[in-house]
Design a protein. Structure first.
Length: 743
């Protein structure tokens, strides 16, 4: 037996890893080392028990978690370990690619994102002359129905009301359109995989036999379909190992069912239940607040986090007159903590329940000259220019992809108007064929105008040329798309010079990603590249080094920061106004619990009496969660940082270790900032003239090498260049004070 495998495990973790047979439920509290337990258990199965890796399945919820687990297993077992480590959606897509014909699809099916799905719904609504339902509303309702396992028929039989009955019919038509286009949406990957298992017992039996040991991470986030798939595959061996924390179930709004983890022991009567309560992340005072808060929930397994760290500073409550003063306090505290305790920007996170609540703070942080990022911001693969190029790739890969056809038939503009599109759509409906095939028929029709016919012929010929290049290297195919469509020229016609350059640089970056995919991936086909992009959309963000993080709580689940500010903690904001009933408040409380347990060293909880939201200033009471965070133990009160002390607001009174820097009014905070600015050495000046630094210009940095400026912000001497480096990603520099030159 490999004893080194257990060297870094606690006694409880080792006990869990050694429990390999039968159903196992691990209730893993925040920061308790659940990923370590999962990976070590899999390694134990392979190394010590001789289980082949291909008989082991590990399901995660995010691509990031998949990558982390796969890397850990590679380090422990070697690169050829053969363990299946995938997200639910990727796992289902792999199975469907092999057996799609069993449920009426071809193996080359496309995967539609939300934008593609909405276009289909928009088309259906238009054809049926329905203007009282919105595409977002219909898409949301259909997605919710699928996550609950409803078909169009079962949905229609379960809902009341004229609108819902109409949505049931639209649901049915939507599924017909997907099948005709040989496409599935994200929800279909799960629904169709489960349908495949139910419809074909031989296929189901194969995977039941194959996976002797099944592991599901973040089990509290599973929806009904995911839970059904897990249970079905585990049916033969019953070796299902699930890890989760019901206290961190915060995704009900996207289908997560907390009952999956709460009632796991009702499905598996002989389940072994373990609790991981030792927290390696946060100080005792932070955990005291978390435990005090979450015990107010009734829908949970009883457990309590126990700190493995020494006592730290007290948890602080900041009370402000309005959101502007709140923002000033937080900026002042950040300056103080950096100056007195050597924290870096990347050590700070400012968390909000809803994005709008962070506006005042973001503005103040920007004004203070502090670098920051907004986590979960604009996603690279949601940029229009990227989606346009991707649609060309998709139609080359799958000529039956109607959504891709509709996106590019008239982009760049080629004079194919609504009349011509309606004519093509009519042929498609009449013959029951995809739109691209219908366009080929239309090219020979005499019923189209001369211009529409000639442009349709030109488009068909363009796609013919591209389809012939399908097996070329992907970056070469993208280059052909750009050349044959005069893509750059179209951007220049539609946008300012600077914006066109930026958008085109994005496309070139996308082309480079395709090249890197070809170099790194064992499966570098066009289909594999499209699937990797579709299933794993990346956020092209400024990297965290040197930046404060401003984020919603949901976007930082799984992350941790030395210093955390939870702001806008008022009734109607956090908890949200629409979540005041008992069940919804419990989920809101879990969101607060997740926010608290992101903090490692210091936690600040802030409320403001007045806050500007939705065009007006509101007056709110402090959140109920603030008082719930107070421990039953009597401890010394702390001062209200925002000004006058209020005894009833001194409620997060935990032990005070070292002082957090200074204490007092906003005026004193400003004095501290001014003092710091005077002490800090004046930065060197490398560029006296900064006027020539513009978007699209290439630069050479003394340390990072060559890059391209993708954004210029700020004014005069404070102008900032956002630069993209091929190998390093994106960095921001104050132009005047940065050792770089134009190329």
């Amino acid at each position: 037996m490999n004893q080194d495998l257990f060297a870094e495990l606690s006694s409880k973790q080792k006990e869990i890893v050694m429990c390999t047979e039968g159903p196992v439920l691990v209730l893993a509290g925040a920061g308790s080392g659940k990923t370590r337990v999962l990976t070590h258990r899999i390694a134990h199965l392979v190394q010590n028990l001789g289980i082949p890796g291909y008989n082991i399945l590990a399901i995660t919820f995010t691509n990031k978690a998949t990558k982390e687990m796969a890397e850990r297993l590679e380090n422990m077992l070697g690169p050829e370990n053969l363990v299946w480590v995938h997200t639910f959606h990727k796992f289902c897509s792999i199975i469907l690619r092999k057996h799609a014909d069993k449920i009426g699809f071809k193996s080359s099916f496309s995967i539609y994102d939300d934008d593609d799905s909405k276009k289909i719904i928009r088309k259906i609504l238009k054809n049926q002359k329905i203007d009282y339902l919105k595409e977002d509303e219909v898409k949301h309702e259909i997605s919710n129905a699928k996550q609950k396992g409803y078909t169009p028929e079962t949905y229609s039989s379960m809902v009341d009301g004229e609108n819902n009955q109409k949505i049931g019919k639209l649901f049915d038509k939507y599924q017909e359109e997907l099948l005709q286009a040989n496409a599935m949406d994200y929800d279909d990957l799960l629904v169709n995989a489960l349908e495949l298992f139910k419809r074909d017992p031989e296929v189901a039996e194969y995977y039941k036999n194959k996976f002797r040991y099944i592991h599901v991470d973040e089990f509290q986030d599973t929806n009904k379909i995911q839970n059904d798939i897990s249970n079905l595959i585990a049916e033969k061996w019953k070796n299902i190992f699930v890890v989760g924390d019901d206290d961190q179930c915060i995704y009900k709004w996207r289908g997560a069912e907390i009952d999956n983890i709460l009632k796991f022991d009702k499905i598996y009567k002989d389940v072994k239940i373990f609790k991981l309560e030792e927290n390696y992340r946060s100080t005792p005072n932070i955990l005291l607040s978390a435990n005090s808060l979450i015990k107010n929930n009734s829908e949970r397994h009883e457990k309590e986090l126990v700190a493995k760290r020494n006592s730290g500073v007290r948890v602080e409550y900041l009370n402000s007159y309005n959101d502007l003063q709140e923002a000033q306090q937080i900026a002042s505290l950040i300056y103080s903590l950096k100056y007195n305790h050597n924290y870096q920007n990347s050590d700070f996170a400012i968390l909000v329940r809803e994005a709008i609540a962070g506006n005042a703070i973001e503005n103040r942080i920007r004004e203070a000259g502090i670098n920051y990022r907004v986590l979960g911001g604009y996603k690279f693969y949601e940029r229009k220019e990227i989606l346009d190029v991707l649609a060309y790739l998709r139609l080359v890969s799958n000529p039956e992809d109607n959504a891709a056809f509709l996106r590019i038939i008239n982009y760049p503009k080629r004079g194919i108007g609504e009349v011509a599109l309606d004519f093509i759509s009519g042929i498609s409906n009449k013959k029951g064929i995809p739109l691209f095939e219908a366009a080929c028929f239309s090219a020979d029709s005499e019923e189209l105008s001369f211009r529409a016919k000639s442009q349709t012929i030109a488009f068909v010929d363009l796609m013919r040329k591209l389809i012939l290049k399908k097996n070329d290297r992907i970056e070469y195919l993208i280059r052909s798309i750009l050349e044959l469509t005069s893509f750059k020229e179209q951007l220049e016609k539609s946008h300012t010079k600077e914006e066109a350059e930026t958008r085109y640089e994005n496309v070139l970056f996308f082309m480079e990603q395709a090249r890197q995919f070809g170099l790194k991936s064992k499966y570098s086909s066009l289909d594999a590249f499209i699937e990797s992009v579709t299933l794993a959309p990346e956020t092209k963000e400024i990297e965290s080094e040197g930046c404060i993080t401003i984020s919603t709580v949901h976007a930082v689940k799984g992350l941790e920061f030395p210093v955390v500010f939870i702001v806008a903690c008022e009734e109607g904001v956090f908890p949200a106004r629409q979540s005041i009933n008992h069940e919804e408040v419990e989920e809101e409380r879990r969101v607060m619990y997740v926010a608290i347990t992101r903090a490692k060293d210091r936690l600040y909880v802030s409320s403001a009496r007045r806050r500007f939201r939705y065009g007006k200033e509101e007056t709110n009471y402090p959140s109920r969660f603030i008082s719930e965070m107070k421990s039953e133990e009597k401890r010394p009160a702390f001062s209200d940082f925002g000004g006058k002390n209020f005894e009833d607001e001194r409620i997060l009174s935990h032990d005070s270790g070292d002082d957090y820097g200074y204490n007092g009014s906003v005026e004193k905070a400003n004095e501290c900032i001014n003092t710091i600015k005077q002490i800090i050495k004046t930065p060197n000046v490398y560029n006296e003239s900064i006027e020539d630094y513009k978007t699209g210009k290439k630069i050479k940095h003394s340390r990072y090498g060559e890059g391209v400026i993708i954004l210029i912000s700020g004014e005069e001497d404070d102008r900032v260049a956002t630069v993209e480096f091929p190998d390093l990603g994106i960095k921001k520099f104050v132009i005047k004070n940065t050792p770089m030159t134009l190329i």
